[in-house]
Design a protein around this ligand. Structure first.
Ligand code: URA
Length: 465
């Protein structure tokens, strides 16, 4: 009997190396016990205290397995079932004799491995969908934290997605298995937080402080640090491509740019309802209400402004005041049908300072833009627009996830990482504020020219429909 101790629950490289050596030495699956460092005691067969070691392998000796088995194993190994290491070795062992084994979906081992991979994928998708960050420690440097209870060992696998998505905000995802942290440059991991400490609703900050005072946030000495560009997709991509095959169509992992979903209208209504109670930053305290985006779910263009103004705050609808009128005029002149676009703002609450009877508009600060970005992202995923038009600096910061100068970027289509296009232009309020009539007219014309790019796309989409 051979005893294989892996370094961690997700030690794919360790498993792969050991499995290869075992298979080359003709060690049958029944003769191997697999486990993880620190947890082997209860898994050791009676009477076995020391495992025999495998003789060295001749370097030339090798065998090949289908590449998609490796991708399957990479994902399935993240399953919480302790039997996964043995199961995957059994499949590998059988692949030596039957290279096409994976084609046989009715085979119990293949079906079980595929089901495990599917379950891991769904759990990773659930994490991507439901993790919501809350601002923590506002009086110090802003930090964002979220609590999540994964079903499988997916935190390290999914963390790069959050690093890309929330690239410019430092965050921590606390889980009972492992905590992931992003400081804007690298992902690091610290041990998990016991389930008995699951933060009660609204008590996340307390738990976070108990474990990670700002001055104790993991730094380079943290146990495992991954660079900024670690790509989950490198693991995910091939598996997604093969997913249907692996599972006989039983799982449907969502691609990075999902197809238009039939449930978009419901999603949007749920979002609107949730956003109505948003407390992610302090702006809700003085605003009348959350002003959420509006427009058809079939819209292929999304217009993003800065934040509701005085009129919008009272009416509860975006772009209905003077800036809205300016926008309507320009859209009409450019040939964009406003009824067919989705109109929203980067920040959903009106920020102002009272001056007598007037409420003076204040530009939203970066923490407010960040706190609100989750709504913008969820609107994008409900609407699935082809083109996102960022009007003004605040919108551009939200759309690109970082400060993006208007002058350098305006008037041309820019590729977003998720495959959509973005168009940067000025905010209609900027046009309203220009004191010189000639400059105002010229700037307005430029704005209309920018909107003509959106009009072209709208017409093309209409022709294709
Ligand atoms: N300015 C914006 O950015 N959005 C509105 O809804 C109104 C004015």
């Amino acid at each position: 009997m051979y005893l294989i101790t892996l370094d961690s629950e997700t030690d794919f490289d360790g498993w792969r190396k050991a499995a290869r050596a075992l298979a080359l030495h003709q060690v049958a699956p029944a003769d191997v016990t697999w486990g993880v460092q620190g947890q082997m005691q209860d898994r050791m067969p009676l009477g076995l205290s020391e495992a025999p070691s495998l003789p060295p392998i001749e370097t030339e000796t090798t065998f090949s397995v289908p590449a998609n088995f490796i991708e399957l194993a990479r994902i399935a190994i993240l399953h919480r079932d302790n039997e996964r290491f043995a199961l995957l070795y059994r499949v590998l062992w059988r692949l030596k004799a039957d290279h096409d084994l994976l084609e046989t979906m009715a085979d119990p081992d293949v079906a079980q491995a595929a089901a495990m991979a599917g379950s891991v994928q769904r759990d990773a998708q659930r994490m991507r969908d439901i993790v919501r960050f809350r601002e923590i420690g506002r009086e110090q440097k802003a930090h964002y934290a979220a609590w999540f209870e994964p079903e499988h060992h997916i935190v390290a696998f999914t963390a790069p997605f959050f690093a890309r998505r929330f690239a410019d905000m430092p965050w921590s995802i606390l889980t009972p298995d492992i905590c992931a942290h992003w400081d804007g440059h690298a992902i690091s991991f610290t041990p998990g937080i016991s389930r008995t400490e699951t933060p009660a609703p609204g008590r996340l900050e307390e738990t976070w402080r108990r474990h990670f005072q700002p001055d104790r946030m993991p730094t380079p000495e943290a146990p495992r640090t991954f660079p900024r560009n670690l790509q989950e997709a490198s693991i995910l991509g091939p598996l997604l491509a093969d997913a249907e095959r692996w599972t006989g169509g039983r799982i449907s992992p969502r691609p990075e740019v999902p197809m238009k979903r039939k449930t978009a209208a419901n999603d949007l209504e749920t979002l609107r309802e949730e956003a109505a109670h948003c407390r992610a930053c302090h702006l809700y305290k003085d605003a009348t209400q959350t002003v959420f985006g509006e427009g058809p779910t079939s819209a292929n263009i999304m217009l993003v402004g800065e934040q509701p103004g005085d009129k919008e705050d009272l009416a509860g609808h975006p772009f209905v005041g003077p800036a809205g009128q300016m926008l309507n005029r320009a859209l009409e002149e450019a040939g964009v049908d406003r009824k067919k676009v989705y109109v929203t703002n980067a920040v959903k609450h009106f920020k102002f300072v009272p001056r007598g009877k007037i409420r003076l508009h204040q530009k939203p600060a970066t923490p407010e833009i960040r706190a609100c970005r989750q709504w913008y992202e969820r609107e994008v995923s409900a609407i699935q627009p082809d083109l996102i038009v960022a009007m003004g600096a605040t919108a551009a910061q939200s759309v690109f996830g970082k400060i993006t100068p208007i002058g350098k970027n305006r008037g041309r289509l820019i590729d977003l990482p998720d495959g959509r296009k973005a168009l940067v232009t000025v905010h209609p309020s900027y046009l309203l504020r220009l004191p010189d009539p000639k400059a105002k007219m010229l700037e307005y014309q430029r704005f209309v020219e920018d909107m003509k790019i959106a009009a072209g796309l709208q017409k093309k989409a209409a022709r294709a429909a």
